[in-house]
Every structure is written in C-alpha cells, then in structure tokens.
Design a protein around this ligand. Structure first.
Ligand code: DSN
Length: 449
C-alpha cells in the first residue's frame, strides 16, 4: 500500500496526467512564448520545487539576527543547528532546522543581489514568503493603511495591475483607489499630471511599476511626488525584477519605501514574490502583514528555489541574458514601427512591447482586435496575450497584444527540441477541433450550452 501511494512515479500512477505534463513540456519547447509575465525556470529551480521542502509547515520566520549574517555564517551548520537546539525560535513548528537556514539564505542572497543606490545587503529587510505578487501587494497594504484609505496607481487599462486599486480586486474594494493614466498625447508617464492628482487625492500609498507600460519609471520623481503629499511609495517591479537584479535598468531600492516583485518573470525563478524595504520598522510591519496578516505557512520549496534563483542571477550568463532581452524588445518594437504597425507608448526600454491591432484591417475595413490577433498568433505558434492599450475603454475588449522577450532565454539556437517521449508516440491525438465543434453544435441543438 505504502509503495503504491508513495514510491511510484507519475508514469506508473496516472498516465493521463503524465501525458498532459509531457505535452505541456513539448508545447513550451516548440512554441515561441512571448507572454512577458512568463518565463522558463531552470531545471535546478524546478528540482527544488519538487524537493522534500514541499512537505514542510513552517509558519513564522527565521531568527532576526540572520538578516545581517554573511552567507558563510548562515551556512555554518554546526553553529546554526546548535543555536536552534539551544534557543526557542519564532516558528510555530519544530523540524525546521534546515528550513531556517534555507530561508535565511534566500533573504540574504536577495539582499545582496538587490542592494543598490548606495545601500548594502545589511541595510535591506527582505521577506521571501509572499506566495505571489498579489499577496505581496496586499500584505503591504495591510501593513501600511486601513480599509477606506486612498491608494493611487496606474489605471489598469493603461498598464497598471489589478492589485493597484482595480475595482474588481481587493485593493479597489477595500481601499479608495484613484488612478493616474499616461498622457494621452505622448502615451507616456506625465509626472506633472501625477503630482497634480496626488495633491488632489492625497493618497496614503502611491504605486509605481506596471504590467504592460513598457518604460522604466523615474523612481526619484515618484519619490518626490510621494514625499510632497506624505504618501508611501510602493514600487511593484514584478515584471522587471530580472533587469533590476542584473542592473541593466534603474532600481527603486532605497528610493521607494517598499519594493515588491515576483520571482517568476524576468528573474526566471519559481512562482513566488519578495518584499524589500530599507526601513527596519516598516520591514517588521511587512513581516506581520505577510504572516499572519495575509498567509499561513510559507512554501519552503519555493523559497529554496528562490535562494538558487538569486545566486544564478549573479552570473555573467544572467547579465548577458538580461542585456539581450532588452535589445530584443527594442528591436521588436522598432521592427513593428518600421512595418507600419502602431506601437503603443511609442517604444520600450524594458523587456516588453505591444502592438495596436487596429493597425490591421480586414477586407471591409474592420479593425483587428487583440483577442483575434492573439488567437491567430497562437495558431502559428506564437503565444501572447491580448492587452488593453491607451484608448481602450474596457479590459474585456482589448485592442492590443503584448509581447515579452524573455524567450531570449530559450536561446532558440541553443535549445534542441527533444522528440516526444516514447510513451507518447502511441498517444492518440485529442479529438480534432472539427469533431469538438460538431459535439458542441449537437449539445446546443439538444438545448445544452
Ligand atoms: N497578470 C500578470 C501579467 O500578465 O502581467 C501580472 O500579475
């Protein structure tokens, strides 16, 4: 019984899920995936995600003094394990002697990697427990403001994120959200307009950092605006954390009061998120905001994978990857423009760019929309997402398509496409679309949906 449940491989236990997983791997290897919020995590990162750390509960945090220890001190097992045995700790569970080391290492490596703007690792307070970007931002709000307080972020339709105060998200339901937009003439951030809105709305938090606005913000200008109205500045750099880690774009660390980011986009790590501040008092609030404010047990397998990600991001290869990712995005935007395709925001200095699908018209002059464009591209093996662009009125009818160049890390020329595993050779293909369509028509004819 035990052997049946616990010792067998997926291919022995569930052929369907095994096939589906192999097919997904094959899809990812064959397609040009250009969704800028995705990435391809290295094999070793994925090994850690499937490691024994997935079994652990560890509510709480490692000891505070490990924040200013060097990596060598954190990895001094004799000392760490002795301390663990001798003293009580902040975790609610035992069995976390190695987990403590892993999380302390992840925090330290993140601090060393992201130290910038004259700060060093010892100046930074890092939390690596947020399960993803949305919980990270929500933990920051929980820590800093009360329901009903005002937050100010970029309009979702112009490139902001759901958690920056969208009315359909908790950030817009619990807090009073006001939104800045791009300047309609330049389609770029207009710091005077943002400052005017901040003076009028008096937000407690201003959010900078975007999901589809492609230009790196001027962090100092945002900080001046936030200070002028007594607001905290939250830099949500989820999309560009890999670029910041490689120092190929400006960093808000030490400028913004708090920086949040996911680890699975340009940073090429596991699906998780990080909160960093240079203010210890705020850091302690964020720790409480994450646990117990927002979450229960952290995902230690993810934290272990983050620790590796932060180490890999210090490599020369990672730097080259991020440099090339930037070059590729600029080249892509320029090529679109050269071919008469309108590029919203008029270019990029990050890892993503967009097109305005209205540049294309059908035979009767009907403009292409984002959804149809994304479907056509999918059919030819290019995977993107439809996206709103300035001028759109609803997230449901987007005129744009968003392209990210993280696929630089697939190398194209470097990756050899492996044939499907033998066990899939005999796999009979899923029902063809036409037969699916026939079945759907039959269901509809019989009064189904
Ligand atoms: N929705 C993600 C994106 O695609 O940018 C960010 O959370």
């Amino acid at each position: 019984m035990n052997a049946f449940l616990f010792d067998k491989h997926l291919s022995e236990l569930d052929l369907d899920l095994d096939k589906l997983t192999a097919l997904e791997g094959e899809r990812q290897a064959r397609r040009l995936i250009m969704i800028p919020s995705e990435s391809s995590a290295p094999l070793a990162v994925r090994e850690l995600l499937a490691s024994p750390y997935t079994n652990i509960y560890a509510e709480g945090y490692p000891r505070a003094e490990t924040r200013t220890m060097s990596q060598a001190e954190i990895l001094d097992y004799a000392c760490q394990l002795g301390t663990y045995r001798r003293h009580s700790d902040l975790r609610y569970y035992k069995g976390v002697e190695y987990v403590d080391i892993v999380e302390a290492l992840a925090r330290r490596r993140a601090a060393e990697l992201f130290a910038a703007n004259s700060l060093d690792a010892d100046d930074l307070w890092v939390n690596v427990q947020p399960l993803s970007g949305a919980p990270a931002n929500n933990a920051v709000y929980t820590a800093l403001i009360k329901p009903g307080d005002t937050i100010m972020g970029m309009d979702l339709l112009h490139g902001g994120h759901l958690t920056h105060g969208s009315p359909v998200n908790r950030s817009g339901l619990f807090y009073k959200a006001v939104h800045y937009t791009v300047n309609p003439q330049t389609e770029q951030l207009d710091y005077d307009m943002i400052a005017d809105l901040a003076r009028e709305a008096k937000p407690k938090i201003i959010v900078a950092g975007y999901s589809s606005y492609p230009w790196i913000p001027d962090w100092e200008k945002f900080k001046q605006i936030a200070e002028s109205v007594g607001a905290y500045l939250l830099a949500d750099v989820s999309h560009i954390s890999g670029l910041i880690a490689a120092k190929v774009c400006s960093s808000p660390i030490g400028i913004a009061d708090v920086v949040t980011f996911t680890t699975h986009k340009t940073l090429c790590g596991p699906r998780g998120a990080v909160i960093i501040t240079h203010d210890k008092e705020l850091g302690e609030k964020f720790d409480k905001g994450v646990f117990p404010g927002e979450q229960g047990g952290p995902h230690i397998n993810t934290i272990a994978a983050m620790a590796l990600t932060f180490e890999l991001a210090r490599s020369e290869e990672f730097l080259k990857l991020q440099q090339q990712t930037l070059k590729n995005a600029s080249a892509l935007a320029a090529a679109f423009q050269k071919n008469g395709v309108k590029v919203p925001y008029n270019g990029t200095d990050s890892h993503l760019t967009l097109i305005d699908c209205k540049s294309f018209r059908g035979p009767e002059g009907v403009p292409l929309n984002g959804d149809l464009a994304a479907r056509i591209l999918d059919l030819v093996g290019i995977v993107v997402n439809r996206n709103t662009i300035p001028g759109d009125r609803s997230a449901l009818s987007a005129s744009g398509v968003r392209f990210g160049t993280w696929l630089t890390n697939a190398g194209l020329w470097k990756r050899t496409l492996r044939p499907l595993p033998n066990r899939l050779q005999s796999y009979s293909a899923p029902p063809r679309l036409t037969s699916c369509a026939r079945k759907a028509a039959k269901r509809r004819a019989q009064g189904g949906f």
